[in-house]
Ligand binder design. Structure first.
Ligand SMILES: [Cu+2]
Length: 255
């Protein structure tokens, strides 16, 4: 019923998230309506009337217990209902995948590294793209998520995937996209001045298209990474520009 509101789900585990979201939405929505209706009824019922005197009340212990225990029970039930989704998505990695990517966040880009032919990171044939990721459809993708500076958040709304990138840690997450397309990868953590511009794109290809793309672009001398480096330099230049007058001032002040 609320499907029109959320972005299209193209992840194998998206439905597990969506039904919990909808359940919580209905519970909180109905509660909000009940609270507001009760408040309005009471406003009318207990409004000032000529000849009626205010009466002091000590409250109602039964009512207090009921409205404490019921929400507490709802929260406990929600916790248990979310355990299967949480353990499936966050606590365990699905069948070993041979498709592993390293994503390193930095102010204000996503660096996506492919391990190259040897399947190992940190070797000469690694290929790093800036703000773009290409994956095949219906393939489990493991992401080794890191941050170079501050906390960022890897967020793909259509994949129902969100994970903080924390400096000093490598966090492994996964997804399996079920539909070909181009999906936005914004940073969902306020990570600095350029946060709003920190976004990349995930391209989900058919296996054939992906193989073609990989053959053309994952070779060590291929173009996109060079473009990526250029983009990184441009970003660097932009970052240093506004800082330089201040730095110059600072330098003068010292002298
Ligand atoms: Cu960020």
């Amino acid at each position: 019923m609320l499907d029109w509101w959320l972005p299209e789900n193209v992840s194998t585990y998206g439905r597990d998230i969506d039904w919990l979201f909808h359940l919580i939405y209905y519970i909180t929505g109905i509660t909000a309506i009940l609270v507001f209706v009760t408040m309005l009824v009471f406003l009318v019922m207990y409004k000032d009337r000529p000849g009626r005197r205010a009466r002091y009340t000590h409250g109602n212990a039964t009512l207090e217990i009921v409205w404490t225990v019921v929400p507490a029970l709802i929260l406990v039930i929600l916790t248990f209902l979310s355990v299967p989704a949480w353990s499936k998505i966050k606590m365990s990695l699905p069948p070993p995948s041979d498709f592993v990517l390293q994503v390193t966040a930095k102010q204000f880009n996503w660096q996506v590294t492919y391990p190259g032919a040897d399947g190992k990171f940190g070797t000469g044939d690694d290929k790093t793209l800036l703000d773009e990721m290409h994956v095949p459809v219906n393939k489990v993708v493991h992401i080794h998520l890191r941050s170079q500076d501050v906390i960022h958040s890897f967020f793909v709304p259509q994949f129902r995937m969100k994970q903080d990138a924390v400096p000093g840690r490598e966090i492994v997450q996964w997804f399996e996209a079920s539909k070909v397309g181009k999906y936005e990868l914004p940073c969902a953590e306020l990570c600095g001045f350029g946060h709003s511009g920190m976004r990349g794109w995930i391209y989900v290809h058919t296996p054939d298209e992906y193989a073609k793309w990989a053959a053309e672009n994952l070779k060590a001398e291929a173009a996109p990474a060079a473009e990526g480096e250029k983009k990184a330099e441009d970003t660097k230049a932009e970052e240093t520009k506004p800082a330089s007058p201040a730095a110059a001032k600072g330098g003068k002040a010292k002298r």
